[in-house]
Design a protein around this ligand. Structure first.
Ligand SMILES: CC(C)(COP(=O)(O)OP(=O)(O)OC[C@H]1O[C@@H](n2cnc3c(N)ncnc32)[C@H](O)[C@@H]1OP(=O)(O)O)[C@@H](O)C(=O)NCCC(=O)NCCS
Length: 188
């Protein structure tokens, strides 16, 4: 990775920048022609960011001048009955009950939800994604056995990085509101 970008745990002071970054790459805010390099399917609320940061679940990529150019979340999954879950997360939790990874149902193991992950276009192709994987594996491998994530079937860049760089496996494809998503899992 280029030397001017460092990975560190995000703090509450980073939340506004991370929310702005996420909103910039939200599928609804991108022209269809801009989506080829990836997009975010679900926007997180400020309350969610606060909870995730407070549980040490978010890492940021920060430049020398303090700008946040990327972030990744690795968090405990919410309880399936929690109010206000997005339909995509609801399906991910349902699938975790029935799908197996390493020979056991995922929900019977210590699993994390991985994502969202977002790298600003100006910082892509510089190793930030792989640096996130190294930092989060080191930070969470004692806490979780495996991680699960979802990737839109229309997001080939993210599917490529998740399968080849993270080493995640697609275990199923599911549909929400006419959009299809891979359910992937990886070992920490
Ligand atoms: C997905 C994302 C986090 C990856 O980070 P990144 O810094 O772009 O990742 P890298 O540059 O290390 O790797 C990108 C890889 O995708 C490949 N790629 C680029 N466009 C692609 C495409 N349209 N289809 C398939 N692969 C593609 C590149 O060749 C590269 O792979 P290689 O190193 O094996 O050649 C980043 O692009 C991003 O934030 N996108 C917008 C938000 C997003 O999609 N988040 C994930 C939601 S599930």
């Amino acid at each position: 990775m280029t030397s001017d970008v460092a990975i560190r745990l995000a703090t509450r002071r980073d939340i506004a920048d991370m929310m702005a970054l996420e909103a910039r790459y939200y599928v609804g805010n991108l022209d269809p022609s801009e989506r080829a390099n990836g997009f975010i399917s679900n926007l997180q609320t400020q309350d969610w960011f606060t909870w995730a940061v407070d549980s040490s679940g978010v890492h940021g990529a920060v430049t020398d001048d303090g700008s946040v150019v990327g972030f990744i979340a690795v968090t405990d999954p919410p309880a399936p009955a929690q109010a206000g879950l997005s339909p995509i997360i609801q399906r991910v939790l349902d699938l975790a009950e029935s799908l197996e990874f390493n020979g056991k149902p995922i929900a019977q193991q210590r699993f994390a939800l991985r994502g969202p992950v977002c790298v600003d276009a100006a910082a892509r192709g510089r190793g930030v994604y792989s640096a996130f994987n190294a930092a989060t594996r080191a930070a969470y491998r004692e806490r979780f056995d495996l991680g699960v994530l979802f990737v839109s079937t229309d997001n080939p860049r993210s599917l490529h990085t998740a399968t080849t760089k993270l080493g995640a496996q697609s275990l199923a494809v599911f549909e929400v509101d006419s959009q299809r998503y891979h359910f992937l899992a990886f070992s920490f």
